[in-house]
Design a protein around this ligand. Sequence first.
Ligand SMILES: [Fe+2]
Ligand SMILES: [Fe+2]
Length: 294
Amino acid sequence: MNDCISHPTSTCRLGVTVTPRWPGFDFEGLEHEVPRAWHPAGIGPTAFLEALSAMAPVVEGFFIEDARRLLPRIAKEAPRAEGDAFLRQEAAHASMHAAFNRLLMRWGVPVESVADSVLRWLAVVDWTSSDLRSAVAMAGEHFLGEIGNAILSRPELLEGVDPRIARLFRWHGYEEVEHKAVLFDAFHAARGQGLYTYAVRIAGLWIAVVLLALALPSVSYRILASAGAAQDLHAWRGLIRFVFGRGGMLRGRWRAVAAYHRLDFHPWRYLDNRRFLAELRDTIVDPAWEVGAR
Ligand SMILES: [Fe+2]
Ligand SMILES: [Fe+2]
């Protein structure tokens, strides 16, 4: 990639190419083939993963809107091309999760009202400056990069899940790691470094932490309620173990929040996990999914 040589981004400098893919997953009829609690550890982990999916189309839309606003402010070709690939990856995530969410709706999950609530929560940042909004999106990408890393580094999290469902989360996790630095680089390319950028970045982090701390339990609760398990202590114990227990999805992630406060924080400097992308390319993503430049 010539652009990468003349104006390298942090991602392409590491030999990682943000690659738009369109896997075309189909979940039609799966409700007759997999149990309602499709995670082997029960309805708790199932509800948590479904909460991530139910929120995905709205959250991805938030990232896409932000990247669209940032990209015209970037003069160099390589970061703009990478930003464009980012947009296409996030659009594919939104679409594939929407397909999975239609399966959830057939199970009675109130996906549309969950999406409305997430939109209302995100509206909290609508009245703020566009920089603060970008900072919330950037922090969101940091968390998704962490979830992606957990999925890639701890395959046991999805062990025993029907492969047609597991591959959705694995592919999404893979691409979140692949593009984890794109919004971060785009924001700094547009706004520069300095105290103002740092202060906005940290404010965005804490808004994102509060939004997630409200949204994830509340959406999980509504999904458990739709499955008749809202009062089921066993389900909640399973969910908490899946998220915070040994080897859990968000176990020890306070370190990611702490590291984000460093003045010299950068997603790849914080965690150079590109080896997963090389090692897992053949098992998680299919070259046939790649889409050429439009
Ligand atoms: Fe995504
Ligand atoms: Fe992302």
